[in-house]
Design a protein around this ligand. Structure first.
Ligand SMILES: Cc1ncc(C[n+]2csc(CCOP(=O)(O)OP(=O)(O)O)c2C)c(N)n1
Ligand SMILES: [Mg+2]
Length: 1114
């Protein structure tokens, strides 16, 4: 028989067998089944259990934890014959389920466990509930008797799929091997998708053993699906609520621990200084040593953190869902508002019913909020009481820490364990009274370093989760902490830890009782009954497994022993005698009394508290003081409205960015001022539009002369308000003069175009003149980094064409623009009402975007603010000059000394004005053979750049615009280094000052490489092929400018043709901008062009005059 005929016969046989199957779950089948003996499966088939393992491997599964039964033997055999997915045999299915769940919890990818039918599968139920409530992605694979024929009636058979439904997101029996690829994919998709959880696939014995035709054995490609982002309206509403709040507070919940939200939240907190507390399962998302950390909501009410909650008028809850024990209770009569930020909507609950929901990717939502709040800082927060409570709470947490008695009490052993654990060490808690103490007293420094269960709160998970944590992170210290009760619930899996030759430490807290319940019993004033335990000898018990056992007999001994266990390979069990006597203080009634006696109410505290901003920021968050202290030379500035100065208030305080002292007090415009300014601009429009060219030119020349006369004045103001090194400040004033000079010249060269229109017989005698006419009032928003020249790039072209304008300078650096205003107010010819320059807060600023009387909106700033503005700008033209992460390619040099020149240029490009420029070099790509030499010289020089007072002549790196910006750069550097980048120099921060920093080989997904640094940060790498380097430059969401050092015309033109940017600079860094050039970006970097002539075009509307037979007849 040839092979084809044998195959046909085989499939016929199995088809016949299967088509006789009946029942609901019988489906049309193409390939089956228990192979009839003597009939060889053809080569184009695969065994279902093999296919199952292949599907798991395809999903990146590394381990299957479990206890098989005879129904899984095909599956086990399949695992034996491959090496990629390992079978980890445990001593109880529940432990296997906890292990799989922990893999899911730590990796975000499904953890897998295996059991047989009936008894094995029912043993999974607790771990299924653990994963389901805890939101850990976990797949259970259970066996079943054959479903096509049964010889054993109902022996061991229970309906596991039905039983599992309330505990899983997806539970299905596999009735056909051909369904394995899709069911594995679908179940894992559901398990991993927000909100993650448990899923179950039941694989019956006969299905596991069947052959599947190769056509049905194709596995699914696993594409990353981007999570949806929060809707803009929700973000805008949240920003509004946050800005208008008086005492905002942040609560971080378990959801924030699941994905990489940590960085973003940290940046948000650094920037806003909003104090935060976390829930038990949100611990470590933001380092709890952070000065804004108030505490953890270890209990639901009456603790210190609740004093903050009660005081707050806006609680921003990130990543919380109601499975966790509530961190606080909401009441309908409260005036406090709650914003819920999570991947999914808030489940309505009697104690949690947020007023606003921001639903979508958490990291993105926080980023959007952060960016929006950066542009427009909040109004008037008073965070003083929070800081007071934090300090008082910190004192409270010290109670008992120094107690040296034995048995040990919780504050002491929690402190000892924290001291022994490395920064990234993972502590896995079981469930008992100590959990409350760890939640309250143990500071988690990194996400997922304190694994506790505040969802199912089951006993028995401590040891299994430690085993899994060690397998996921073999390089990290892993310690399990369990009570004497909880430990015994899965202690049998000590054998698994020993068998796997793991290095873990298990601390058994021995109070010879179910202490937690005893504590509750006492709290409810019931008699002491039924909760004492008689324990085995834990040391001997450990030793009987082949583990090391220790019993602690004095307080001092504990730290030494723990240290030994952490540093010595093996499975260690430490029996620690403990007493919970001190836990009385955590009884709600006692806490209430304690707080009443020891903590001032907001009213009591605020009556004697220091003034607002002196304590608004936590002390250690501001190494360089940003106080309310006023510089003795503090000057007051008016705003300009309809050409005239007005000073209705001095509400805007502008700090000297180096000293932190208030250097200027400025009049802050409100909505009605902006409204008035727009109206004046509308009225002035026909008058300014009617000016002659020579008049417009004289206005601009007046400015040029005044700028020259006040050169030092202007440079000094920049140096103070922007912290810009004095040399760079002078450079900017020179450019301001250039920009106005170019505009003065261009104002007399607004040429039109004559064109013949006699293009066909029917248009004989036609011709046209096209000419630009001023478009109307212009709305301008300028940024902080070039307070003079970027305002000038909007103002000068408007004056050159004859358009009135209203400018909103950046609130942090309004002085430069106001000096321009002062000079303009004295200009000749300028009609009344032509210009207004209005520093203002966000509430009124909306008119700059939406008011239809403006005909152009010209915005320079961040992409997160710019793009949404464009969407709301209505009919007006929009020009957006946004950010970038400019790249520079070094391809060739004529002679070796050229490298020195390039190094100088790169240093200037990357670090001038401390990197706060849209076109500063952030990515440097150097051809391989030039790389090491260039790198060495670059690092040597950059390491010597002087950082410090911007007023010093030789200062190269001045302060960043805010302390929080330096903190952000620091995080980006840390993130890059932990992702594998080399820190070549810099990396140190001092308040708002950040070193000129060079990172090498930064992975492409790091913020330092991907996002706009806007700080002194340079990423360098080598490349082999020019084309590849160009492609690498293009691999960015931004596209502003790029620089290419080459002498090869082909390469220069190739770069010009291929680089996705608004400007290519050949023979220099991308950081070159001549004020006459066309300037602007593509992709996320912007829309439209600036540069005097190009901006003038935008400020004009073309009008054509058609003429017929003019001059033809007289
Ligand atoms: C599986 C399970 N059974 C029962 C409980 C209820 N329970 C919560 S804590 C606790 C006592 C824990 O005792 P132990 O592990 O010794 O910790 P301790 O509180 O004494 O430190 C009990 C019985 C539970 N959470 N989980
Ligand atoms: Mg106990």
């Amino acid at each position: 028989m040839d092979e084809d005929t044998a195959a046909k016969r085989y499939w016929n046989v199995v088809r016949n067998i299967f088509s006789s199957t009946e029942g609901d779950d019988a489906q049309p089948v193409h390939a089956v089944h228990a192979v009839p003996r003597g009939v060889c499966p053809p080569r184009e088939s695969v065994k279902a259990s093999d296919l199952f393992i292949a599907a798991l491997k395809n999903e990146g599964v590394k381990w299957v934890f479990g206890v098989p039964g005879e129904e899984n033997l095909d599956f086990v055999e399949s695992m034996r014959t491959q090496t990629d997915v390992k079978l980890v045999i445990t001593r109880h299915e529940q432990a296997a389920g906890f292990m799989a769940s922990t893999v899911g919890r730590l990796t975000g990818k499904v953890g897998v466990c295996l059991s047989t039918l009936g008894p094995g599968a029912t043993n999974f139920s607790t771990s299924a509930a653990y994963a389901y409530l805890g939101a850990f992605p976990m797949l259970m694979i259970t066996g079943q008797k054959p479903i096509l024929k049964s010889k054993q009636a109902s022996f061991q058979i229970v309906d596991i799929v039905e039983m599992s439904k309330p505990l899983t997101k997806f539970a299905k029996q596999i009735v056909n091997g051909g369904l394995i690829p899709s069911l594995v994919r679908e179940s894992i998709r559901q398990a991993e998708e927000e909100r993650p959880g448990a899923v179950l696939l039941e694989l019956p014995e006969d299905i596991a053993g069947m052959q599947v035709h190769k056509e049905e054995a194709s596995l699914y490609k696993i594409d990353k699906v981007r999570r949806p982002v929060a809707e803009e309206k929700a973000i805008t509403a949240a920003v509004k609520m946050i800005r208008f709040a008086k005492h905002p507070l942040l609560v971080i919940g378990c959801g924030a621990n699941r994905k990489l939200t940590s960085n973003m939240l940290r940046q948000f907190i650094d920037q806003t200084k909003i104090p935060f507390l976390d829930t038990q399962m949100g611990k470590g998302v933001v380092d709890e040593r952070h000065p804004s950390y108030v505490g953890t909501a270890a209990i639901s009410s009456s603790d210190y953190v609740h004093a903050c909650i009660n005081y707050s008028d806006l609680i921003i809850v990130v990543g919380h869902d109601v499975v966790e024990k509530p961190p606080f209770f909401m009441h309908h009569e409260d005036t406090t508002k709650v914003i819920h930020i999570n991947y999914f909507t808030a489940q309505v609950d009697q104690v949690y019913f947020p007023q606003l929901e921001v639903v979508g990717d958490i990291g993105n939502a926080i980023w959007q909020l952060k960016e929006k709040l950066k542009e427009e800082p909040p109004l008037q927060w008073d965070l003083r009481y929070f800081n007071y409570v934090r300090e008082e709470f910190a004192k409270n947490l010290l109670i008992g820490v120094d107690d040296t008695s034995c048995p040990l009490s919780p504050p002491r052993f929690v402190t000892d364990i924290r001291r022994a654990m490395p920064e990234d060490g993972i502590l896995c808690l079981d469930n008992g009274l100590y959990k409350v103490w760890f939640a309250r007293n143990y500071k988690a420094y990194q996400p997922n370093t304190l694994l506790l269960d505040n969802a199912l709160a089951t006993m028995g998970a401590g040891l299994p989760s430690a085993i899994a944590a060690k397998m996921v992170h073999p390089e990290r210290t892993v310690v399990a902490v369990a009570g004497d009760g909880g430990f015994m619930m899965n202690s049998q899996d000590m054998a698994t830890a020993v068998m796997l030759d793991l290095h873990i430490v298990v601390i058994v807290l021995n109070d010879n009782a179910y202490g937690m319940i005893k504590w509750k019993q006492a709290g409810m004033e019931f008699g002491d009954f039924g909760l004492d335990l008689q324990n085995p000898d834990f040391v001997k018990y450990a030793q009987s497994y082949g583990a090391h056992g220790y019993k602690i007999r004095s307080c001092e001994e504990f730290s030494t022993c723990l240290q030994h266990c952490i540093t010595t390979h093996g499975v260690h069990l430490i029996e620690l005698p403990i007493t919970y006597a001190i836990s009385d203080m955590l009884q709600v009634a006692n806490l209430k009394t304690h707080l009443k006696e020891n903590l001032k109410t907001p009213e009591e505290y605020l009556a004697t508290a220091p003034p607002i901003s002196a304590s608004a920021e936590p002390a250690d968050a501001k190494p360089r003081a940003f106080t309310e202290e006023e510089d003795p030379n503090c000057q007051e500035y008016p705003f300009y409205i309809g050409n005239r100065p007005e000073k209705p208030n001095t509400d805007l305080k502008v700090a000297d960015k180096y000293t932190g002292k208030i250097a200027y007090r400025v009049a802050l415009a409100h909505v009605n001022d902006i409204e008035r300014a727009i109206e004046l601009a509308v009225q002035a429009f026909p008058k300014i539009a009617a000016l002659s060219s020579w008049q417009r030119k004289e206005i601009l020349e007046h400015c040029v002369n005044a700028f020259k006369a006040r050169f030092d004045d202007l440079a000094r103001a920049l140096c103070i308000e922007a912290g810009k090194p004095i040399k760079d400040s002078r450079g900017e004033v020179t450019r301001l003069i250039d920009t106005f000079t170019i505009a003065a010249e261009e104002s007399t060269r607004i040429y039109g175009e004559w064109a013949p229109m006699d293009i066909a017989k029917r248009t004989d005698g036609f011709m046209s003149i096209t000419k630009g006419f001023p478009i109307g009032p212009i709305s301008m928003i300028s940024p902080f980094n070039f307070p003079l020249n970027l305002a000038a790039h909007k103002i000068a072209p408007a004056l050159a064409v004859g358009c009135p304008f209203v400018l909103k300078p950046a609130s942090r650096t309004p002085i430069g623009a106001l000096i321009i205003g002062e000079i303009l107010s004295n200009a000749p010819h300028l009609p009344e009402g032509s210009f207004s320059i209005l520093p203002c807060s966000r509430d009124g600023a909306d008119l700059f975007t939406v008011d239809e009387r403006f005909k152009v909106l010209s915005f320079t700033g961040s992409p997160s603010v710019g793009w949404p503005m464009k969407a709301r700008a209505g009919k007006k033209r929009v020009v957006l000059e946004l950010g970038g992460n400019a790249a520079c390619i070094v391809e060739d040099v004529r002679k070796p000394e050229d490298i020195d020149v390039i190094v100088e240029k790169v240093i200037h490009g990357a670090f001038y004005q401390s990197g706060q420029s849209c076109i500063s070099v952030q990515r440097l790509l150097v051809r391989q053979d030039l790389y090491e030499g260039l790198k060495e010289k670059l690092v040597a020089k950059v390491s010597c750049l002087k950082k410090g007072d911007p007023h010093d002549e030789d200062t190269f790196i001045g302060p960043l615009i805010a302390v929080s910006e330096a903190g952000r750069i620091q995080q980006w550097v840390d993130e890059a280094v932990s992702a594998g980048a080399n820190l070549l120099c810099g990396g140190q921060r001092d308040g708002a000052l950040y070193d000129a920093t060079i990172l090498e080989n930064v992975p492409g997904n790091c913020s330092a490489y991907n996002d706009e640094a806007f700080g002194p940060l340079l990423c360098i790498e080598s490349y082999t092929h020019f084309k590849g380097a160009v492609a690498r430059v293009n691999d960015s969401v931004f596209g502003l400018q790029a620089g290419v050092f080459t002498h090869d015309m082909d390469k220069a033109f190739y770069a010009f043709e291929q680089l996705e940017v608004g400007g290519v600079v050949i023979g220099n860094v991308p950081s070159i901008r001549v004020d006459a050039q066309s300037y602007g970006g593509v992709k996320d970097s912007g829309f439209g062009r600036e540069g005097v002539r190009y901006a003038m075009k935008d400020y004009m509307e073309e009008r054509v005059m058609m003429m017929v037979n003019v001059g033809k007849e007289m």
